[in-house]
Write a protein that binds this ligand. Structure first.
Ligand code: DQA
Length: 150
């Protein structure tokens, strides 16, 4: 039994999943995505905590609070992906392996979405697989942490 603890952070406007731009983000709402994450985590034997905020400062506070308490972070920073150096600095500062995830393929969208200021301080980025992006990130964190039993 591994005891890896993972914090999942959803950034701004992800509370509107299932309502906003369904052609891009699909029909599933955030509670569906969160239930999917919880089930995937249980299958992998991971402890998971999920947080959503529309506020940059709250996200930074949550990241700092995670220091020494979690083994990995999965973060969909929403639009903060493209310009929040403050969130990038927080991730760099806490030294917790972090995976950036996106529902949509940001590299196939508008020019401003193709750049992430968060990715350079993450161990990797998963983009374009809808809610499955989160499951892939859980698997990636588990495998690279060396706590996988496989
Ligand atoms: C997103 C992509 C961002 O560009 C956008 O601002 C979002 C969602 C995604 O999951 O595809 O809010 O992070």
């Amino acid at each position: 039994m591994n005891e890896m603890k993972v914090l999942v952070i959803h950034g701004p406007n992800l509370n509107l999943l299932g309502i906003r731009e369904k052609d891009i983000y699909g029909n599933h709402d955030l509670s569906f995505v969160n239930e999917y994450i919880r089930q995937e985590a249980e299958t992998l034997g991971l402890e998971v905590e999920i947080f959503q905020s529309n506020h940059e400062g709250e996200i930074i506070d949550r990241l700092q609070h995670a220091m020494g308490k979690v083994d990995g972070i999965i973060m969909n920073p929403g639009a903060f992906t493209h310009y929040s150096y403050a969130i990038a600095d927080a991730i760099a500062g806490i030294s917790i392996p972090t995976v950036e995830v996106h529902l949509s393929n940001i590299h196939g969208r508008e020019e401003f979405r193709r750049k992430s200021v968060i990715a350079p301080v993450c161990i990797g980025q998963i983009s374009g697989f809808a809610h499955v992006s989160y499951a892939l990130a859980l698997r990636a964190l588990l495998e690279v942490s060396g706590k996988s039993e496989r």
